[in-house]
Design a protein. Structure first.
Length: 342
């Protein structure tokens, strides 16, 4: 699944000798060389495969409810032709510099911005990349240290679906972003400079869908195998959506189930008290509970396929115990060795 690059540019934001954040702006776009194409293809694939992304829209921030709309206004001017790509990206760099200056942890980096088309949508990709030191061996077998962009470990990146943004102003999910690992403050500055607000709680929507599916099969007259088949179909549909970058559509999912004789899921899910959106992004980590049971606590980790419950795995809630029939061979070998040693 290739991308068609329209524009791309890199600006640098760094600290000067006095510890102030400064922009070094590139005066023209990057040439569409094979190096640039390879880099953006890699970033597109890496970003698309990132799990647990958040989704949002251009909105209001803070308790005062004021909109930080400078980035959105500049983007609007660029898309309407009133502002060139270089000027727009320079404005974005200055907005990010101003936001970074508010924090003590800021080290800056290289702001990459690219407009490209993938499938039928136009996207704006925005990422703050860091440089990574590496060693190389020269022709005379001497070692040389150099810096390169760390493309495989992007942590601060967002992608705006320009087609959805311009077609549906009421959408609350046309911006996707990587959730920061180092705490909300580190991740939020990147969203704040764009004026992005989280609009869809992806994990919550996926967990609500799972809850609706479990209630649906519990209230049906399906056999045990048919219930598990229903769960498997939901998992397969949602996983395919996640892999292709498409959203889960509840009506579409219901139609898939109806083809297998499982009617009325749409009315059940949307007519109840589940507060399930008509469509939302897939979260594969949350959806795994349709296929597997897993848990960790007190030094014990347990995971098994849902189809084994009631057969190889017997759960007794009264005695708070689980009986496993047919211990996995590698675990059995470890246990037998320990018993012999004792």
């Amino acid at each position: 699944m290739g991308i068609s690059i329209e524009q791309a540019i890199i600006h640098e934001i760094s600290q000067d000798g006095q510890g102030q954040m400064r922009c070094r702006l590139r005066p023209q776009p990057l040439l569409n060389t094979s190096a640039v194409e390879t880099m953006l293809e890699e970033l597109h694939q890496t970003y698309s495969s990132k799990a647990g992304k958040g989704f949002g829209f251009f909105g209001t921030h803070g308790d005062d409810g004021e909109a930080n709309d400078e980035f959105a206004n500049a983007l609007t001017s660029y898309r309407s032709g009133d502002l060139g790509f270089v000027e727009f990206s320079g404005k974005a760099s200055q907005l990010l510099q101003q936001e970074l200056a508010k924090y003590d942890f800021s080290q800056g980096g290289f702001l990459l911005m690219s407009c490209y088309t993938s499938m039928t949508s136009d996207f704006l990709f925005v990422a703050l990349l860091s440089a990574k030191s590496s060693m190389t061996v020269l022709d005379d077998m001497e070692l040389s240290q150099n810096n390169h962009l760390d493309l495989s470990n992007i942590q601060l990146a967002a992608r705006i679906d320009l087609t959805e943004w311009q077609a549906d102003k009421s959408s609350r999910k046309y911006i996707s972003f990587i959730r920061g690992r180092a705490g909300r403050k580190v991740a939020d500055f990147f969203l704040d400079f764009m004026g992005c607000v989280e609009g869809v709680n992806t994990k919550a929507q996926n967990k609500t869908l799972i809850h609706a599916v479990e209630d649906f099969v519990a209230s049906s007259e399906l056999t045990k195998d048919e219930r598990q088949e229903c769960r498997n179909k939901v998992f397969e549909y949602c996983s395919e959506r996640a892999d292709s970058g498409e959203v889960i559509e509840v009506k579409d999912l219901a139609d898939e189930l109806a083809e297998s004789g499982m009617d009325s899921f749409y009315d059940f899910a949307c007519g109840g008290s589940y507060e399930l959106d008509e469509e939302f992004p897939a979260d594969k980590a949350s959806l795994r509970s349709l296929k597997k049971f897993s848990g960790t606590g007190g030094g014990v980790t347990l995971s098994f396929d849902g189809g084994h419950l009631g057969e190889r795995v017997i759960y007794d809630p009264v005695s708070d115990t689980i009986l496993i029939k047919g211990v996995p061979a590698n675990l059995k070998d470890q246990l037998d060795r320990r018993l012999k040693g004792e």
